[in-house]
Design a protein around this ligand. Structure first.
Ligand code: Z5A
Ligand code: MG
Length: 215
């Protein structure tokens, strides 16, 4: 075992958050390759996970093939995380780092942007695993909209993204790492590598797993 690593060594739960087109998926891939090259077991995950049956209901909603009450879709997004919780814990405890593209913060920011009560939105997320690191890829909704144009999915509208950005501001705490996502991709990647490696190293040293929003 490498110096400083303990028998409690585990993988890190690293979450990337940000508006549509902020670069989350591009950077997740880059971080996966970076950690793999350094010999760390790592997987890239994303939410929603559209492969499960709950995920298929979410996908139908996002592509405007179905209509759902705002509370109902909120709970489905949360259920989609709960159905992966135990696998997530197993992976982390057996040493695999997870780079997760969107998590509970998206869940709350998007539903609260529709007008749902923020505390109500947080409640079903309580007890999910707390990330070891949340990186917010910070870009203005206007600048993000210039990237490749929005597609036809629900929520991909400038005015709505502005409201989502306001709710991310409310959710942010001092532990989040904020990276200017309007910089060239390589510059974002460089900053991300530093915080990601630091986090993975801390978890290898046996940092304990925590739960989200438990008081
Ligand atoms: N949602 C929810 O309501 N509740 C929940 O609980 C969860 C999600 C989990 C689907 O998400 C929707 O579900 C989402 C939130 C909601 N709705 N919206 N909006 P998704 O993950 O499937 O989709 P997305 O992540 O929002 O969109 P995206 O297009 O995949 O964005 P991205 O991953 O952040 O960006 P990207 O694919 O890496 O990059 C986008 C483009 O920009 C691409 O052409 C890149 O080459 C370019 N790019 C990236 N970085 C740069 C830089 N630095 N410079 C220049 N160009 C760049
Ligand atoms: Mg994406």
């Amino acid at each position: 075992m490498e110096k400083g690593y303990t028998s409690n060594a585990r993988g890190a739960l690293i979450v990337l958050e940000g508006l549509d087109r902020s670069g989350k998926t591009s950077q997740s891939r880059k971080m996966q390759s970076y950690l793999e090259e350094r010999g760390f077991p790592v997987e890239s995950w994303r939410f929603p996970d559209r492969n499960t049956s709950v995920g298929q209901m979410i996908s139908a909603y996002l592509t405007n093939k179905s209509q759902l009450d705002d509370h109902t879709i909120h709970l489905l997004f949360s259920a989609n995380r709960w159905e992966k919780r135990s696998l997530m814990e197993t992976k982390l405890r057996t040493g695999t780092t997870l780079i997760v593209d969107r998590y509970s913060f998206s869940g709350v920011a998007f539903s609260a942007a529709k007008g749902l009560d923020i505390e109500w939105c947080k409640a079903p997320e309580m007890g999910l695993l707390a990330p070891d690191l949340v990186v917010y890829l910070d870009i203005s909704p206007e600048k993000a909209a210039e990237r490749g144009g929005y597609g036809g999915e629900r929520y991909e509208q400038l005015e709505f993204q502005q409201k989502v950005a306001q709710h991310y501001q409310i959710l942010r705490d001092g532990s989040w790492k904020i990276i200017d996502a309007s910089l060239p991709m390589e510059d974002v990647e460089k900053q991300l590598k530093e915080v990601v490696l630091d986090c993975v190293t801390t978890c290898c040293r046996g940092k304990s797993l925590a739960q989200l929003w438990s008081h």
